[in-house]
Design a protein around this ligand. Structure first.
Ligand SMILES: *Cc1c(COP(=O)(O)O)cnc(C)c1O
Length: 379
């Protein structure tokens, strides 16, 4: 089945009691039993909810996996993966990644005895070098937030298999429309469904997708035991968002390409970070594992100062200054003070994330209006 058809029908079954085409929002905490232990498969909504189950089925379908699990946020999904580990285990993680993932690893899980080794995963040999007998998980993000670095999922998954180690890919930036990490050998795919899957900036949610039944059972156990489940209304919103993922992503890609090319020729703009440029250092890998290059990009002005960046960030009228990404509306963001403020400055600069870097989430408005807005803001 082609993507467009898959996305519209993923997890959708007519409601058994009424035939409703849309999955109802089962706003209930518990289910009546006819005798002790005699029920319809639903006991208590932290463990089972029909709206959530429909969405979890949809997650599996759109990521070409067998099982999906929904969480109250992207970081709750990441946290569930970390709870598979025990003190003494090591994680090899991308050195350039979402600030909230870094905060969760360094401030919460390090205290629990998990060791994190950060490497530049855009060169897979760095991952191989960091592996030890204690490495149980490789954590990847590709493209990365905000520098759009690309990691070869297939190469790293091969390293993971060789060392009997799981590979989890944060696929938030690409979305399943552009990239399916399980197809390249990853063990788990994670999404902040808050972003492209929801797509309308109206929900916080996360998900995991995997193929292995035993791994799914362990993660389901963690999901119900720690309780970071999304409510049924949020599940409904993401189910609805997924139905238009393909048309939204097509426009994000078209607009992203136009805006990236515009910025690149602007005399006041310095480096533009977008993985669709043929001279992006890992463009060949991006082309191998992605169907398009999306609407996420970053850039610096030639005057790479906070003051010059602040002027642009405060002057756009169509792009709204806000954290988050992946919604229909365009957003502009200052990683150093907003999304990536939790990463120590020294480490941030060493990773190539300068104080003046500006990140764009190019939405699905008219591209001419987006370019005109950036033109007046950059001046
Ligand atoms: C937003 C985001 C997260 C965290 O997801 P939440 O839904 O905000 O908890 C993780 N990874 C990436 C790449 C993100 O953009």
């Amino acid at each position: 089945m082609k993507l467009a058809t898959k996305y519209i029908h993923a997890g959708a079954h007519p409601d058994p009691s009424t035939g409703a085409i849309m999955t109802p929002i089962y706003q209930t905490s518990t289910y009546v039993q006819s005798a002790p232990g005699v029920h319809k498969g639903y006991e208590y909504a932290r463990s089972q909810n029909p709206t959530r189950f429909a969405l979890e089925e949809a997650f599996a379908v759109i990521e070409n996996g067998k099982f999906g699990l929904a969480f109250a946020s992207g970081v709750a999904a990441t946290d569930a993966v970390m709870r598979l580990l025990v003190p003494g285990d090591e994680v090899v993680a991308a050195h350039d990644m979402y600030g909230g993932s870094f905060r969760l690893f360094s401030k919460v899980h390090e205290k629990m005895g998990i060791k994190f080794i950060y490497v530049d995963t855009s060169d897979a040999t760095n991952v191989e070098k960091a592996m030890t007998p204690a490495t149980k998980l490789i954590w990847l993000e590709t493209p990365t937030n905000p520098l759009m670095n690309i990691t070869d999922i297939e190469a790293v998954s091969t390293i993971g298999k060789k060392h009997n180690c799981m590979v989890c890919v944060d696929n938030t930036f690409a979305s399943p429309y552009l990239q399916n990490p399980l197809d390249f050998g990853a063990t788990i795919v994670m999404h902040s469904a808050t972003k492209y899957l929801g797509g309308h900036s109206d929900v916080i949610q996360g998900c995991l997708v995997m193929n292995d039944q035993a791994l799914r059972d362990q993660l389901y156990f963690i999901q119900k035991s720690t309780g970071a489940v999304p409510g049924p209304q949020d599940c409904f919103l993401v189910l609805r968002g997924i139905k238009t993922l393909h048309v939204r992503m097509q426009r994000h890609c078209e607009n992203g390409e136009k805006v990236a090319n515009y910025l690149r020729q602007h005399p006041k703009v310095g480096k533009v970070y977008w993985c669709g440029f043929t001279d992006h250092h890992n463009h060949a890998i991006a082309k191998k594992q992605m169907r398009g290059f999306g609407g996420m990009m970053s850039f610096v002005l030639k005057d790479d100062s906070v003051a010059a960046a602040t002027k642009v960030l405060s002057s756009t009228k169509v792009f709204s200054l806000a954290e988050s990404l992946g919604g229909v509306e365009s957003l502009i963001n200052h990683p150093a003070s907003m999304t990536h403020a939790s990463i120590p400055r020294e480490q941030r600069i060493a990773n190539g994330l300068s104080d003046g870097l500006i990140r764009l989430s190019v939405g699905i408005e008219d591209a001419d209006d987006l370019i005109a807005d950036l033109a007046q803001a950059i001046g």
